[in-house]
Design a protein around this ligand. Structure first.
Ligand code: GLA
Length: 350
């Protein structure tokens, strides 16, 4: 485990970068600002080690950026309609930062704060635990939430993310990880040649503000059908209303077999490198976002400008706008209970 200074925030606090290296030579780098994965280096089918996540060259890029590169987002990952919801008969207004809606925790979400770091003892795989205390009222949310996120780089080339959260008042909690993946080895390659499979028969259609309508719609006979491995670019520009709303894919899929146990959620395959990323999770949903808002303006690592659809996110989560949808799997966290999530990004080749 290597620890280096990554930069300094305007209030003088230092930000550190931690480097996890496993026995296979794969590397994950994480900074305590936003609990952000800044690089993830894994082999292609010929053993060539390359970075597969988009990110910024310096701390300032993460501080100023709006793309959530590699971060943990929360308290609520994804959207809450009008930033309003009712809990135990009380209405709450959380910050509105995406048109009329709340997105990814608000103006200063978990991606824009400094976390505390602990190095777990006795873990055989390189691992880092980050902890953030979100105070009562932050961004409009009730209750003080303590969230711990543990990243582990296992000997099987898995980046494992374990979440654990508590609150002293009833609140909502739905954190997720927001890495943009590009398995090709070059961030100038669009992700449309990647092939994707999602363990899902249904998705949650949205309105023009990307808020679910409440319906669970079959993917069958639509461009949302990823039941078998399909090139992302095959149907992305089809004249299909849901794709127009998202300017591409930006939707939540209802994962099969939701029971709280970890199971496969998705597989991503990049034919030129042979890299495969299998995503496993215990969550009910998966947001597949095809990088539609990347516009070449944000300069990333090595000065590369990230053009449209050069990275994609697979965000394991509860469904968007759950606080306003009692029929969706709950995101309510009560005092005395513990929020838990485990998501695994497993890398292999073929
Ligand atoms: C999520 C959202 C997208 C977008 C990105 C960040 O994936 O669903 O609409 O906001 O985050 O740019």
């Amino acid at each position: 485990m290597k620890k280096t200074v990554f930069g300094r925030l305007s209030d003088g606090r230092e930000v550190h970068q931690y480097t996890l290296t496993n026995r296979l030579g794969s590397v994950a780098q994480i900074i305590d600002y936003g609990a952000t994965v800044t690089s993830l280096i894994v082999p292609d089918r010929n053993g060539v080690m390359q970075d597969v996540v988009l990110g910024c060259d310096s701390l300032q890029g993460y501080v100023d950026g709006t793309a959530y590169f590699g971060a943990i987002v929360g308290r609520y990952g994804n959207r809450i309609a009008n930033g309003r919801f009712q809990l135990d008969g009380i209405w709450y207004q959380v910050s509105v930062n995406d048109g009329a809606n709340h997105l990814h925790g608000g103006r200063i979400g978990f991606n824009k704060v400094l976390w505390n770091v602990e190095i777990p003892v006795g873990s055989s795989d390189p691992s880092i635990r980050l902890r953030y205390v979100s105070r009562d009222g932050e961004e409009g949310y009730p209750g003080t939430v303590v969230l711990q996120v543990t990243y582990t780089l296992t000997a099987k080339n898995e980046l494992r993310i374990d979440y654990e959260g508590t609150s002293d008042k009833p609140t909502v909690l739905n954190p997720t990880h927001h890495s943009y993946f590009n398995l090709s080895g070059s961030f100038t390659n669009p992700i449309v040649a990647h092939e994707l499979q999602i363990e899902s028969d249904l998705f949650t259609p949205v309105d023009a503000g990307l808020i679910p309508t409440g319906e669970l719609a079959p993917v069958e006979n639509t461009p949302m059908d990823f039941r078998s491995l399909t090139p992302i670019g095959l149907r992305i520009d089809d004249p299909y209303k849901q794709l127009r709303f998202g300017q591409g894919y930006d939707h939540n899929w209802v994962l099969r077999d939701y029971s709280g146990k970890i199971r496969k959620a998705a597989e991503l395959y990049e034919p030129s490198s042979g890299r495969v990323m299998t995503v496993l999770t215990d969550q009910p949903g998966l947001q597949f976002y095809s990088g539609n808002f990347l516009d070449g303006k944000a300069k990333g690592k090595n000065g590369i400008a990230y053009a449209l659809r050069t990275g994609l996110c697979l965000e394991t989560q509860a469904f968007p706008d759950t606080p306003n949808r009692p029929d969706f799997p709950t995101t309510t966290l009560r005092p005395g209970r513990t929020y838990r999530q485990t998501t695994i990004h497993q890398f292999s080749t073929r």
